[in-house]
Ligand binder design. Structure first.
Ligand code: PGA
Length: 252
């Protein structure tokens, strides 16, 4: 089970350091089959990973984005090898906020995913439909398109059997809205994603974590974790407080 926290553009560095410290302390009460991951803003990564190291904690750390190129004239961007050299474990890619606010296409996300795998990072690729698409009855079609842009990418497919990759199903209408998908709605899509993974990757599909994101809270987390095809959660708002993030992880 993977319990991942996406801090987005929240918390000042000292707040992030405090939260990281609290999570390191709280991790001892979390069952050992649960991997806990934090994804702070770029500016916090060095300090937060130092805290993890000093506490000899199993807490995992990753970034929220990377560029598709390894280096070059891309003002303001951060590359996957840079993140890997800082000891990052994961990188979130294709979050709906990046897709919508920063116009990231499936193709751009696939290229970022390849860069991340090449650098030895585990990408968490976010996929999911908007409310409009759900109302049109095209959820599977949208999710399939997003998924296949990764799974049919020649260079990525060659990397996947040897590397880890995580998919996060995040219905856009459930993110930060308090309007979570019902466990059944989520499981339906997760089962579809698993089927697609099996079709493309065969036996390896069962090794890939597919996690749910969108208004996951301590009050509703358990119901998701009981679903056969949900392998964890990607959490925004509730990951900003140690108490709620640990309370979710304790149920995994
Ligand atoms: P939320 O965000 O938990 O605040 O809904 C989830 C996400 O954006 O990954």
């Amino acid at each position: 089970m993977l319990i991942a926290g996406n801090w987005k553009m929240n918390l000042m560095p000292h707040e992030g350091m405090m939260l990281t410290h609290e999570l390191c302390m709280g991790l001892s009460d979390i069952p050992s089959h649960v991997d806990m991951l934090i994804c702070p803003p770029f500016t916090h990564l060095a300090q937060c990973s130092l805290i993890i190291e000093n506490n000899e904690s199993q807490l995992l750390i990753g970034a929220q984005n990377c560029h598709a190129s390894d280096q070059g004239a891309f003002t303001g961007e951060i590359s996957a090898p840079m993140l890997a050299s800082m000891g990052m474990d994961y990188v979130i890619l294709g979050h709906s906020e990046r897709r919508i606010l920063f116009n990231e296409s499936n193709d751009v996300i696939a290229r970022k995913c390849h860069a991340a795998l090449k650098a030895g990072l585990i990408p968490i690729v976010c996929i999911g439909e908007t409310l409009e698409q759900r109302n049109q009855g095209i959820v599977n079609q949208v999710v399939q398109e997003q998924l296949l842009s990764i799974l049919q990418h020649e260079q990525i497919v060659n990397h996947i059997p040897a590397h880890d990759i995580v998919f996060a199903y995040e219905p856009v209408w459930a993110i930060g809205t308090g309007l979570a998908a019902s466990p059944e709605q989520a499981e339906d899509v997760h089962a579809f994603i698993r089927m697609q993974l099996e079709e493309k990757l065969g036996d390896h599909a069962s090794m890939i974590d597919v996690i749910y994101g969108g208004s996951v809270k301590p009050e509703n987390a358990k119901e998701y974790f009981l679903q056969p095809n949900i392998d964890g959660a990607l959490i925004g708002g509730a990951s900003l407080k140690a108490e709620s993030f640990l309370a979710i992880a304790a149920q995994a």
